[in-house]
Design a binder for this molecule. Structure first.
Ligand code: S3P
Length: 431
């Protein structure tokens, strides 16, 4: 268990910041490559603990991985030819691995068992088990959670009309539908990130999107070129807020994934008065990408309600920090989903920001925050949650005195060199 200390007012956020590759797209790049027996080259694949969990699980299913000059080469098996796993498939801390894999494994002719770490074992799996069972899957959970057992089953194409706004459940159903025996129609009233649909639409005709409905036909015929993963806006979010709340900042972020369902927090920050400029917008394999420039800004409060939540779900802790230093009272509501993430993020965000002197109140489905001019350094705890650890560290750059983050190693889930990157912005001592 490691501890990291951050000194307040010791940073100047100027220059280029390299953030890691997108975690959601990296998981999907591995999964979709496994559908092909030809080798797929993935450039800029995120190698973080969560993505390593996906790599380890697919290795056990017979998929081969090789790293050459920083690129990852994946030799798949085809969606019907995975090897029966000899051991439990360990998903570590990764909810995306556990849920997407449940979809893929539900329609196989072998049994499998999925498990996860202490945090993942506390997260709900019913939400994915129930729709998969509607398709004919045979899944037994441990009180609705991991470990789960998946028995061989033949899946039926099914019609779903849901109102959930979860990309993990949607993706589990789409992947399961690719192993079914007839067409599946999926409609979710609430939008969620659409990387699965984008990546599949790029390489197979087995997915069709018409009037808000997704149609999936089984046995994907995949034509996949190289995959180039853009950088992760959810990781960038921490340095975006660092730049906004500290003086004299001018940060440049290159090659970010700017999928509209991923940059809701940038739009919200702009409404709060943030100086964030988009540049060099290009589309890469169906995903919008580009650069952004972020400058120090005076922020004002914001009200965020339910329908905006799926597009900012992973950025709410760091958005709360921005609200804590904005003028006026902010409110985030309709965000109960936060209670089911790597930690109960309503509770952990409120607890840790309070230690840092923020005026923040926990609500059942969100938080109320009254902005302040300054924070104070404190002894804080990550709760084993990468996004809470990074939020505390960025708060520490603006706090008076020293902030200590206990259990800081969890940043390796999504942003392995986060603290090295942060250290790179320490003010140089003048001689
Ligand atoms: C993810 C979807 C989101 C997000 C998670 C990654 C994905 O979860 O919170 O970090 O890659 O599909 P939900 O779809 O369950 O909200």
């Amino acid at each position: 268990m490691t501890k990291v200390a951050v000194e307040g007012n010791d940073f100047l956020f100027k220059g280029r910041i390299n953030v890691p590759a997108d975690k959601s797209i990296s998981h999907r790049a591995i999964i979709v490559s496994s559908f092909l027996t030809k080798v797929t080259k993935i450039t800029n694949l995120l190698i973080s603990e969560d993505v390593k969990s996906t790599i380890n699980c697919f290795s056990q299913l017979g998929v081969e991985f090789k790293e050459i000059n920083g690129d990852t080469y994946v030799k798949g098996t085809g969606i019907r030819n995975y090897l029966p796993p000899q051991n439990v498939l360990h998903c570590g801390n990764s909810g995306t691995t556990a849920r997407l894999l449940s979809g893929i494994l539900s329609g196989q002719n072998f049994s499998s068992q999925l498990d996860g770490d202490y945090s993942l074992r506390k997260r709900p799996m019913d939400r994915v088990k129930n729709p998969l069972e509607e398709m004919g899957a045979k899944i037994s959970t441990t009180n609705g959670k991991l470990p789960i057992n998946i028995s061989p089953a033949s899946l039926n194409g099914t019609e779903f009309n849901i109102n959930l706004g979860s990309a993990q459940i949607k993706s589990a159903i789409i992947f399961a539908a690719l192993t079914a025996n007839s067409e599946t129609k999926f409609r979710d009233k609430k939008k969620s990130r659409d990387h699965t649909e984008i990546m599949l639409s790029n390489c197979t005709e087995n997915i069709r999107i018409e009037n808000d409905a997704i149609y999936i036909t089984p046995d994907p015929v995949v034509e996949l070129g190289d995959i180039d993963v853009p950088n992760d806006p959810s990781s960038a979010a921490f340095f975006i807020v660092a730049g906004l709340i500290n003086h004299d900042s001018e940060l440049i972020f290159k090659n970010l994934c700017l999928n509209p369902m991923r940059i809701g927090f940038i739009r919200i920050l702009q409404t709060m008065g943030a100086d964030i400029e988009f540049m060099n917008l290009v589309e890469k394999s169906g995903e919008k990408t580009g650069d952004i420039v972020v400058k120090s800004s005076k922020l004002k409060s914001i009200q965020v309600v339910g329908e905006s939540i799926p597009a900012i779900i992973d950025e709410i802790p760091i958005l709360c920090l921005a609200c804590s230093l904005a003028e006026g009272e902010s409110m985030i509501s309709g965000a109960k989903e936060l209670r089911f993430k790597e930690s109960d993020r309503i509770k952990t965000t409120v607890t840790e920001l309070k230690k840092l002197g923020c005026d923040i109140e926990e609500m059942n489905d969100g938080m109320k925050i009254r902005g302040k001019e300054e924070l104070k350094g404190a002894l804080c705890e990550s709760h084993g949650d990468h996004r809470i650890a990074m939020m505390i560290a960025i708060a520490g750059t603006k706090a008076i005195g020293r902030t200590i983050i206990k259990n800081s190693e969890c940043v390796s889930i999504s942003f392995p060199n986060f603290f090295e990157s942060l250290k790179g912005f320490r003010k140089k001592i003048q001689s």
